[in-house]
Design a binder for this molecule. Structure first.
Ligand SMILES: [Mg+2]
Length: 341
């Protein structure tokens, strides 16, 4: 065993073979802005050929399931609209608990919000007059005027449902303000929060996904702790965090939730997964070792690849949480050193 190639896994299995349904977040996971994440198309096609169910779960409310599937098609990913779940659809599910079908609803956001309302049986309107509710989602054309008219309606007693509360999202040029930041603008005007929120981490989003593409051994893949990993935890399904989007190694270190798997990108699904294991007081992963140095209140990881160092450090963190508490990590008393000499 001692001479074992660090790339090989006891079972030699690819990570995706552990699952029969894999739910993918989109932004930062399969694409970033207009460009596919490297290897995303090959990964999805291999997983599908193995007979594993695939669903695409996006908090981005701006587009319809058809548009999302068409965009994925352009990136070489053969997605069906029925495999796409958007936060607009879930926001409209929630709206039905408050407003009878047929009501006139003010749309803030892209065509995804409008179509989800229409499909359910509401009358979507870009004019706020006579509207009894507001559904607020992201759209690149959303203006101050839209936010102002939404605020006036809500102050007048209209029901307010937000598609999601992501404060940011990644684009080709950098991190941009997300729907949560625009919801906060309305919140500041009206002095309260929305009556309901559709997207991840809300359970309703995952329940709709599980119903669309059921599996006995599902996995959720995402790039954010506060939406993706939290959504998996909320419904009790395993999660994989990828470092191709918003979350950095520092976010992994400061997270108050644990992702079951850490990978550089979705390509990790078609590789064997090198788990970290305990070794005395340290954790090792492949050629990496993570050690807590009490003098500096620092976990230092050395050797192996950067990803192996991060996996070893994350495993040591969660073992230490039992003794020192989670705040020591989330509040930064214990720091991480992955790259020092
Ligand atoms: Mg994302």
């Amino acid at each position: 065993m001692s001479g074992m190639d660090p790339q090989s896994h006891a079972s030699g299995k690819k990570l995706c073979e552990e699952f029969d349904a894999i739910y993918f977040d989109l932004d930062g996971v399969l694409y970033r802005g207009l460009n596919a994440v490297e290897g995303a198309a090959e990964t999805i096609s291999e997983i599908s050929e193995r007979g594993c169910g695939v669903a695409y779960v996006t908090n981005n409310a701006s587009r319809t399931p058809d548009e999302v599937a068409a965009h994925l098609g352009e990136l070489g990913i053969a997605a069906k609209p029925s495999e796409v779940v958007t936060s607009s659809q879930v926001a409209v599910d929630i709206l039905q608990q408050h407003v009878p079908l047929g009501g006139r609803v003010f749309v803030v956001g892209g065509g995804g919000v409008e179509e989800a309302l229409k499909v359910a049986g509401y009358v979507p309107s870009r004019d706020s007059r006579d509207c009894v509710a507001v559904v607020q989602g992201f759209g690149p054309e959303v203006s101050w005027r839209d936010l102002a008219h939404a605020s006036y309606l809500i102050q007048g007693g209209a029901i307010w449902i937000a598609t999601n509360l992501d404060t940011t999202f990644p684009t080709d040029s950098g991190i941009a303000p997300g729907n949560g930041s625009l919801v906060d603008a309305v919140r500041n005007a009206v002095g309260r929060g929305p009556d309901g929120v559709g997207g991840k981490p809300d359970r309703a989003m995952m329940e709709r996904t599980i119903a669309a593409v059921p599996g006995e051994r599902p996995l959720l893949v995402g790039d954010r702790y506060d939406t993706d990993i939290a959504a998996g935890v909320a419904v009790g399904i395993p999660t994989m965090l990828v470092l191709s989007g918003v979350a950095s190694a520092t976010d992994v270190w400061r997270a108050n939730l644990r992702a079951n798997y850490l990978c550089d990108s979705v390509q990790g699904l078609i590789l064997t997964y090198q788990e970290a294991s305990i070794n005395g007081e340290d954790y090792v992963c492949g050629g990496a070792k993570a050690t807590f140095e009490a003098v500096d209140m620092c976990v230092r990881a050395r050797g192996g690849t950067r990803l192996e160092r991060l996996r070893a450090a994350d495993s040591l963190k969660w073992a230490m949480v039992i003794q020192v508490g989670l705040d020591a990590f989330t509040e930064g008393q214990i720091t991480l050193d992955l790259d020092g000499s």
